[in-house]
Design a protein around this ligand. Structure first.
Ligand code: ADP
Ligand code: MG
Length: 702
């Protein structure tokens, strides 16, 4: 069996790569790590350190210590049993130790020739053949000892530690690290910026390493303070920019003849109190000459679509157009179906209609749609990101609604903003079913107003969630039969295997066949998969909605938005592989009608995988609560704010150094300083944001 290559550090004297090819390969690797500008290197902190500042005597070391010793090689040979290896003996005057290498270069063998004086570093282990160091690093003895700890950076294949270390060192030396915000303005006890960064790359050996690991060291405080200040500044800038923007004020009277009133009149139900409140909050925003920037958050099934429809009606009543954009075609078409049903009959009387735009549309149909958008006949345009493609020209766009906003990139949201008339900006309503916990909302989206649907429409029965071990799969299939006999429908979500869509598809197909066989000919089992052509997907969804398909086996394409009230059972296979908010979203597909609904989370046991700690916490949360806000809080706990937000921002985590759960005092400091700095030194503020956030600052604005 070959040794794991990762265990062997390439020797420092390995032959250099051919010039040209090697150079660009290193640069490519550095770029992959996000290392381009000098400042990027300076801010690329080590993940840990090694102490090479001292040489110790072998007699003073204990087994298990990582040590650095110096001595004379007394013996060196290549043996072939039990496997090929290089074994050398080192004598440091106090004791001897064996050095062993399974993989080695001829140059290493030469370096360890008997009589050579060397310095080696590695972990000493006791053993049958005496004390040993496996794969030590080897240097000539007497090389000057470094004065600082040696940084170890996180790296990727093809980028050796010494190469990365040199690159970081060079970047650190060149980076313009003058303090933009002068030291006296920093929180008390924080270090100077250059001083702090130099220290974090090369700490003095007497540092309390724990303060580096838990980020409480004053050098860390400086970085966190700088970063938090940048974040606060960029939010403040965004807020001020928006305050300077103009939007059409939508102030139509909501009298009996208005679309808004008529829509309420044709609804088969009463809006919930929460829906009415959100509608009023939106109405106030729309009446202003500044663009609305509002997030409508509400648990799955809380009825966000109706709030969107009411907002659209207000916009249309004022004589403007509205656009609604959803991240997937299935989701967009569900919205379209619902909105056409509600609004088209009412719009027809006004000579207007709801338009549909998507990438998969036939050219002719699409051009026809584009034409009615441009003429203004389309009062409301629903679709995927095709809505913002360059060809689409609105006549009078005043309101843009974005569903599952975190799944759109910044560029897409910016493009939507550019579609209003002249210098005007459209009002923006973003919808999300995965709420942002309040503390995070405050510090990340200071520039966002939030409406919350904290009430579900009446008549829903809570969903019972059960954990079931995979080997009881047959019982679960029997349970499906029970639901079908009551005329209900069932979702079966297949495992998520990210490495390969082909494998996903195979699994889903096999599951469909298995269920079809077990359940018999009278039961129709359909399959939905992300690789299917759109038309086919829509046909399957239509059949399931109509109730002619009884069981829908699917990969996670049904994750968001799908609305089939008659479905009352959801089975999720390998639930341990899904993220918490994703599980919650999936579960939200049932419990939409009056029937008692259940969600079964099948989890792996034994050979097919072990459920890790985080996965267990996710499953536990699912069983314990059905409240989307509580789920979001737990998700934040399990993942930490960096990942939690990172995942939803389709970019890297926004804060690299500060941690909002522990650095609240620094956050307060930054909040207070930001307005003063921006008022008195706008140019410095801009430089500061650029240095710390670079392009990420855009995420905060869009
Ligand atoms: P989500 O917030 O997850 O997008 P939807 O807008 O899809 O929720 O609404 C879920 C279901 O509840 C839909 O079938 C919708 O028509 C229905 N619904 C919305 N509001 C109400 C209400 N006030 N009373 C009864 N049913 C409602
Ligand atoms: Mg929805």
């Amino acid at each position: 069996m070959p040794a794991k290559s990762a265990a062997v550090a390439p020797p420092a004297d390995a032959p250099p790569r051919a010039p040209g090819s090697g150079e660009s390969q290193v640069q490519r690797a550095l770029k992959k790590l996000g290392l381009v500008r000098d400042i990027d290197f300076a801010l690329y902190l080590p993940m840990r350190y090694e102490d090479e500042t001292r040489v110790v005597r072998l007699v003073d070391t204990r087994d298990g210590d990582t040590v650095q010793v110096e001595g004379v090689v007394t013996d060196c040979e290549v043996v072939f049993r039990p496997r090929r290896q290089l074994i050398a003996t080192l004598d440091d005057g106090s004791d001897t130790v064996q050095l062993r290498f399974f993989n080695f270069y001829p140059s290493q063998q030469k370096q360890l020739a008997p009589g050579a004086k060397v310095r080696v570093r590695g972990e000493v282990k006791g053993g049958f053949v005496g004390r040993t160091i496996m794969h030590p690093t080897v240097k000539a003895a007497g090389t000057p000892l470094p004065l600082a700890l040696t940084p170890i950076y996180s790296t990727i294949a093809g980028l050796a530690q010494p190469v990365l270390r040199r690159a970081v060192q060079a970047g650190l030396a060149r980076a313009p690290l003058h303090a933009i915000v002068p030291n006296p303005m920093m929180p008390e006890g924080a270090w100077g910026l250059r001083e702090a960064l130099s220290f974090l790359h090369y700490p003095a050996p007497d540092v309390a390493v724990a303060t580096l690991e838990d980020h409480s060291h004053p050098a860390w405080q400086r970085l966190k303070a700088e970063e938090l200040l940048a974040q606060q500044l960029s939010q403040l800038q965004a807020r001020r920019e928006r305050a300077a923007q103009r939007a059409p004020a939508l102030q139509a009277a909501v009298d009996a003849g208005s679309l808004h009133a008529q829509l309420l009149g044709v609804l088969p139900f009463q809006p919930t109190g929460a829906q009415q409140r959100a509608d009023r909050e939106i109405a106030l925003d729309l009446a202003r000459t500044q663009p609305m920037h509002r997030l409508l958050q509400g648990d799955v099934g809380s009825g966000k679509t109706l709030v969107a429809a009411l907002a659209a009606a207000r916009c249309i009543d004022a004589g403007f157009q509205c656009a609604l954009m959803a991240p997937t075609e299935i989701l967009a078409s569900q919205h379209f179906g619902k909105l056409v049903g509600w609004l088209d009959p009412l719009l027809a009387a006004r000579g207007r209609r709801v338009a549909w735009l998507t990438g998969s549309q036939k050219k002719k149909e699409r051009e026809a749609m584009e034409a009615i958008v441009e003429s203004g006949e389309a009062a409301l345009v629903v679709g995927t990101h095709a809505v913002i493609s360059e060809k689409v020209r609105f006549r009078r766009l005043a309101l843009a609604i974005v569903d599952e906003q975190h799944r759109f990139g910044v560029a897409q949201r910016l493009a939507l903003r550019g579609k209003a008339e002249g210098e005007l900006e459209p009002h923006l309503l973003m919808m999300s079913a995965t709420p942002i916990p309040r503390t995070l909302a405050m510090s990340y989206y200071a520039d966002l107003d939030v409406s919350t649907l904290d009430e579900l429409p009446p008549g829903r029965t809570p969903i019972v969630t059960k954990l079931v071990a995979e080997h009881r799969r047959d019982e679960v299939i029997e349970r499906i039969r029970g639901q079908l006999e009551q005329g209900r429908q069932v979702y079966w979500v297949c495992p998520l295997i990210e490495e390969s869509e082909a494998v996903d598809l195979r699994n889903a197909t096999a599951t469909r066949d298995e269920l079809a066989e077990h359940l018999g000919d009278a039961v129709r089992v359909g399959l939905l998969h992300s690789r299917m052509p759109t038309a086919e997907k829509q046909a399957v969804m239509a059949d399931f909605t109509a109730g002619t398909l009884h069981v829908l086996v699917s990969t996670t394409v049904i994750e968001v938005g799908v609305d089939v009230p008659n479905a009352s059972l959801m089975v999720i296979e390998h639930a341990e592989r899904f993220g918490l908010s994703q599980l919650h979203q999936l579960r939200g597909r049932v419990g939409r009608g009056a029937a008692a609904s259940a969600c079964v989370l099948l989890y792996a046991t034994g050979d097919s995988g072990r459920v890790g700690e985080a996965a267990r916490a996710r499953l536990k949360a699912m069983v314990e609560t059905g409240d989307g806000f509580e789920i979001a809080r737990r998700d934040l706990d399990i993942r930490g704010p960096g990942e939690f937000l990172g995942a939803r921002q389709s970019g890297a985590p926004l804060l690299r150094f500060a941690d909002l759960s522990t650095d609240l005092l620094l956050l307060d400091w930054a909040r207070e300083l930001a307005p003063r700095l921006l008022d008195r030194h706008p140019e410095l503020a801009r430089q500061h944001v650029d240095r710390w956030l670079g392009t990420k600052a855009e995420y905060l604005k869009a």
